[in-house]
Design a protein around this ligand. Structure first.
Ligand SMILES: *Cc1c(COP(=O)(O)O)cnc(C)c1O
Length: 460
């Protein structure tokens, strides 16, 4: 988990007509006047709002519980808390983070089927009741350590078409479910529903249909055994950007159909999901600087007819963030990260075969094995978009390379929209101490107090 600084609470307002991309340019210009040129992020919290509105529009029956592991930045969690999202927490620390923002425990699902005993006790004493399980041993631990858990049976899915598979590790096979439910009954536990995760980076929406139909079977078993089954949790796995083969809306169509078929709107079952990547990937842009460069001449390559003169060399660029930092997503999340250029190349700009490397002394620290870039110089910048998911959350400072600063921005209309949603019709009070007169949101109903935004509004 990142050490959170109070700076992370704060965002700058985007002035009218300016986008997060303009802030990228501004920071590049500022930084280029110095020798520092450290890597940095710009995070547009307005993009998180957009994703939320898109979710509610596209899957109105499904309440999102944001998967905190994907990006635990306080500003992101805070934005989502204000929007009324719930949270999928997998550990005591994640529960602490979410509760420190005033989120009610009823808005948390402890969605880790294999929990440490002391952390189950923590959930119990902090009012977190919804939690997943997929084994008998887990049931026995919960029976011993939690006063009034509401259990959700995680079932395995066919995740063979997902980029990051999860069902090898978690999820009870269908044929084990009846036994588990019977055991829960014997132990006097309360099972309220079923969850699954199709795998992160799901590429086949029919996986959801199968999983929802399997969940229906387990609901029927639960009802037979006398449980009041009322929660279906359809997990995560939704794309975080639109540069993917399978778009969010295409998955949603399939899910909505399956839900209407197996869990009709009047069946009294509450439906939640645990999107992670969906909410944060596109909000973050990472900017890195070229710190070193090598030119490798390919002597043996014989010139052929199509040779435009660029095949005689390969360029190696070394930049100031790598796989031990933000680009850990390449190792852990099977991500492919390709940069866009800070300066638009001229139409006749010659492009070269290039590789891009991180700053540490490990040979493994390679960001891109093969890409096409112009002849850039030390001190030039490269921009990586869609860098919000499984990046900052798992980065290290290996070899003494620090994590990039993150600049949070949001437009005024987006901020007002967040406040409106948060207030849910509650009166909005104006923070006296704030000369800019920006009203603070008092989401009393949601149990959340959002602090007034910093008054030293940045003019860009
Ligand atoms: C990681 C995880 C998620 C989030 O997955 P995404 O693919 O990022 O949406 C949701 N639920 C559980 C249980 C997870 O482990």
């Amino acid at each position: 988990m990142n050490t959170l600084t109070s700076a992370e609470f704060e965002f700058s307002f985007l002035e009218e007509g300016f986008s997060a991309r303009d802030i990228v340019e501004q920071k590049i210009n500022e930084s280029s006047m110095t020798d520092d040129r450290d890597a940095f992020y710009v995070c547009d919290l307005g993009d998180v709002l957009k994703k939320h509105l898109r979710w509610m529009r596209t899957m109105p029956r499904v309440t999102p519980f944001y998967a905190v592991k994907c990006n635990d930045s306080r500003a992101v969690v805070m934005t989502l808390a204000s929007l009324g999202a719930g949270f999928d927490c997998a550990s005591k620390m994640e529960i602490q983070l979410v509760q420190s923002l005033g989120v009610d425990p009823s808005r948390i699902i402890y969605a880790n089927p294999c929990k440490q005993v002391s952390q189950i006790k923590y959930a119990s004493t902090h009012g977190v009741r919804m939690m997943t399980f997929d084994s008998e041993v887990e049931l026995m631990k919960v029976a011993r350590c939690h006063d009034n858990a509401k259990l959700v049976l995680r079932i395995a899915t066919d995740d063979s078409k997902a980029i990051c598979r999860l069902s090898v590790k978690f999820g009870a096979p269908l044929k084990a479910c009846r036994g588990l439910l019977e055991r829960a009954k014997e132990l006097g536990l309360d099972v309220i529903g079923v969850s699954f995760h199709v795998g992160s980076g799901c590429t086949d929406p029919e996986t959801f249909t199968q999983a929802i139909s399997d969940a229906r079977c387990v609901f029927d078993m639960g009802d037979e055994l006398g449980f009041n089954m009322n929660l279906l949790d359809i997990g995560g796995g939704y794309p975080g950007s639109d540069d993917v083969k399978l778009k969010f809306e295409e998955i949603a169509v399939v899910i909505n159909l399956a839900l209407d078929k197996y869990f009709s709107a009047d069946c009294g079952v509450r439906i939640i999901a645990e999107p992670g990547r969906y909410y944060v990937a596109s909000a973050y842009t990472l900017v890195v600087n070229i710190i070193a460069k090598k030119v490798i001449l390919n002597e043996q390559s014989a010139p052929d007819e199509e040779d435009d003169g660029t095949n005689d060399r390969t360029l190696m660029y070394y930049v100031n963030d790598g796989v031990y930092g933000s680009f850990n997503c390449i190792l852990y999340d099977h991500a492919h990260c390709l940069p866009t250029l800070h300066k638009k190349p001229k139409p006749d700009e010659v492009m070269y075969h290039c590789s891009i490397w991180g700053p540490t002394c490990d040979g493994l620290d390679r960001i891109a094995e093969q890409c096409s870039l112009p002849d850039l110089q030390v001190g030039d910048w490269l921009v990586f978009e869609n860098m919000g998911a499984y990046t900052v959350a798992a980065s290290s400072t290996f070899n003494g390379f620090q994590r990039p600063d993150i600049y949070y921005v949001m437009s005024r209309p987006a901020w007002q929209h967040v406040q409106q949603i948060c207030a849910q019709g509650m009166p909005v009070h104006v923070e006296e101490s704030c000369p800019a007169g920006i009203p603070a949101c008092c989401g009393r109903e949601s149990g959340l107090e959002i602090p007034a935004k910093p008054c030293q509004t940045r003019v860009v």
